[in-house]
Design a protein. Structure first.
Length: 311
């Protein structure tokens, strides 16, 4: 058995170590956000990349190759949504298992391309390799913001901001992790009309991804118990009946919901939020940490955890 070396591990720790190496002081968006920014004449271009691995992010014994390609594009589109940006084009790189047929390989890339076209984001190139190991697909996406708008970063939350969510969370492994709709249109509308202080998409869990916003912003947050419970997806309740975890635990920590967490100024009118499909979740505080507030005012600490690679 190969044993990992001692010391801190995990995706978050890796990002922390890479930030001093890869952060660019001249960039309007720092390393570690949902997308990077490349300044071009007249308009900044945002870039992001996500990689999906057979046996980790999908199971080719169960899932269709077209659906896997769709997901590979969708997770990148969700990053665009989190930045309030319009996707433009994508590159697709694959390391194909030698066990795949040509039809499988075509279905994989076609799934990514055709789903991207729905958002004005075709696959315009890429790279192909093969090996005797499970298939890996990586999509890199380019996006830009609308005139007059800026990329919504995750480090702009301020004490007093209200937290909102675009939809229910938890239990995505029952199928939504492959079929979710990235909130691109919502992200653009929120950026255009509400000028959010911060946004992030929920890829690794509500608690963990909100924790990323809080860490980047130097803040904490309180989630309203009633609001949180109203946002538990029925899938979370269904999974709770078989694994013994509470529906709320699933909602907080499951991940792959790809809904948006939005931090808005406290003066933003609730009617404007509701018109864009946003539901209230809680508020940002100056005190670090994440807590849930019960109806009687009691505060309960929430562990900031979720899915992490390289643990």
């Amino acid at each position: 058995m190969i044993r990992p070396p001692p010391g801190p591990r995990g995706e978050i720790e890796l990002i922390r170590r890479l930030r001093p190496l890869l952060d660019r002081p001249d960039s309007p968006v720092g390393f570690g956000d949902d997308m990077g920014v490349l300044e071009c004449p007249g308009q900044p271009v945002l870039w992001a990349v996500d990689m999906l691995m057979d046996g980790v992010d999908f199971d080719s014994r169960v899932h269709e190759w077209a659906a896997i390609g769709r997901k590979a594009m969708a997770v990148n589109l969700s990053d665009c949504a989190a930045m309030g940006a319009q996707p433009v084009a994508a590159l697709c790189a694959v390391a194909l298992s030698n066990a795949l047929t040509m039809d499988d390989a075509v279905a994989l890339v076609r799934g990514a391309h055709e789903f991207g076209l729905r958002f004005g984001c075709p696959v315009v190139g890429g790279d192909t390799n093969s090996w005797d190991s499970p298939t890996v697909i990586s999509v890199s996406i380019a996006a830009c913001c609308e005139p007059g708008c800026q990329p919504v970063r995750r480090n702009g939350a301020r004490p007093g901001d209200r937290l909102w969510l675009t939809g229910p969370v938890g239990g995505s492994l029952l199928g939504r992790h492959l079929t979710f709709e990235p909130r691109v249109a919502a992200g653009l509308e929120i950026n255009r009309r509400l000028r959010p202080h911060a946004m992030i998409d929920i890829s690794d869990g509500l608690a963990l991804d909100l924790g990323r916003v809080l860490e980047a912003s130097g803040c904490g947050a309180v989630l309203d118990e009633v609001n949180l419970d109203a946002l538990i997806h029925p899938n979370a309740t269904q999974m709770s009946g078989t694994d013994g975890r509470s529906p709320r635990d699933h909602a907080l920590h499951d991940g792959e919901d790809f809904e948006l967490i939005v931090a808005l100024p406290p003066e933003t009118r609730e009617s404007e939020c509701s018109a864009l499909g946003l539901s209230p979740l809680g508020y940002v505080t100056g005190e670090p940490g994440l807590r849930i507030q019960a109806a009687d005012g009691r505060l309960e600490a929430v562990e900031i955890r979720g899915w992490e690679h390289f643990r």
